[in-house]
Write a protein that binds this ligand. Sequence first.
Ligand code: AMP
Length: 516
Amino acid sequence: MTFSDLGLSPKVLSAVTDAGYTQPTPIQAGAIPHALLGKDILGIAQTGTGKTASFVLPMLTRLEKGRARARMPRTLILEPTRELAAQVEENFIRYGKNHKLNIALLIGGVSFDEQDKKLERGADVLIATPGRLLDHRERGKLLLNGVEILVIDEADRMLDMGFIPDIERICEMIPFTRQTLFFSATMPPEITKLTEKFLHAPVRVEVSKAASAATNIIQRLVKSGSKPWDKRETLRNLMKAEDAELKNAIIFCNRKVEVSELFRSLLKYDFDAGALHGDMDQRARMQMLANFRDGKLRYLVASDVAARGLDIPDVSHVFNYDVPIHAEDYVHRIGRTGRAGRSGKSFTIATKSDTKYIDAIERLIGNKIEWHDGDLSTVVASEGGEDDAPRRGKGAPRRAGRKDDDRKDRGERKPRERHARHSEDAAPATVREDQPVVAEVEVADIGERRARKDAIRSENTERKSSDRNEQRAPERGDTRPQRDSNRPARHRQEDNDTTVGFGDDMPAFMRIVAKV
Ligand code: AMP
């Protein structure tokens, strides 16, 4: 099958040829002809399968008739993150180079004014994250009753990020007669319910099993002691061992606190690294991503929320600094390498406390993952015998010894790292992005309290700069921690710190920082 068999317009076909594509991918071949006929689509596909073009190309063809009116966009594409939204915009620019379309991108972290102007001019294509879209609507700058085509992309990610109530609201604002193109990598029950409610007789196009990991990726587990300095040393050794084959790598952490710490540590050891997490402002994130894409950075330390779905071609390696708590995240992470049929390598650093997560991943992918250099039974506990020791509480013995050959890491160990250590040992509770970090603090000695207080202050200052559009509770206008009763607890985890103690129910007095 070729692109010209799909029914796309000559203008679109010419842009596709210029992009160098000769054959449609399976999701494109399956979805495009139906989308051109105006049917609803349920596309079950991950990024990397060509799914963006599977909705952009038929939309461009259909948009050739008609024109936009002020504040009444003709089409709407919802994306869970700003980066994904920006990527979709790039796709529209690339494939729509023969069209004269107005494209508006509504994402957080940038001013409303420019976005207002674009809406006022009339947008043929509106690409938005849910929070910013609703903000515009509430300000009276946007009418959704002219939307003819609605795309909901990465729906399972929307679910993880707590956006489903927003998505439902938005769907209800758009005329019933619209066409809906709905994409998700996985189909958890909440997503199935949503499709039953908002899609009309959809054509289902499934290109690969949601849980399948590409076979062209070499996957290995790497044993490690569980302390941060053990894990960092394991990672550095791996990076050095892989150096000859390693073009570039994404290093995934479970929490943004670890992203920051690992990033700083790698810089100290002269690795050419950048960091990507949800608290960075939009410009810094885009710049970091561009540097990594352009080969100016060799390593990108990232959290799941920041990195999921990003199209970064040709990543040779993925390192999981932490075993992901949700097995599906493993598939998404390692899917960053081995794209478009290329080969790739992934290494997952595993500690004794990760066993149950590894079991879940192996169940999901239906395979055992090989150990790189012996399994966990051969791990020697850190000096001091603290590996896998229970979480230290008040009065418990302080950490005894550390590795002598890791002096740099000793120097950099700061109060926040202690928090990470506590939370690392704790059960993987879930927490919202806007959960104050103070929830992790245990009362210890005075010196420690003072240091923690500083850490909390700096964390909260960072937090303020984070935009609520992304990774935030759906209840906009309220910056307090939110409970999301619509979602099961496992979905409340974002790329955030694990919580302990009171979790979501933390009483107000716990947020008051003690004077010392
Ligand atoms: P996506 O799944 O939309 O993130 O696309 C993944 C990558 O595949 C992007 O870099 C696209 O440019 C590329 N791509 C999309 N369609 C095709 C195609 N038909 N042939 C080759 N590459 C494609």
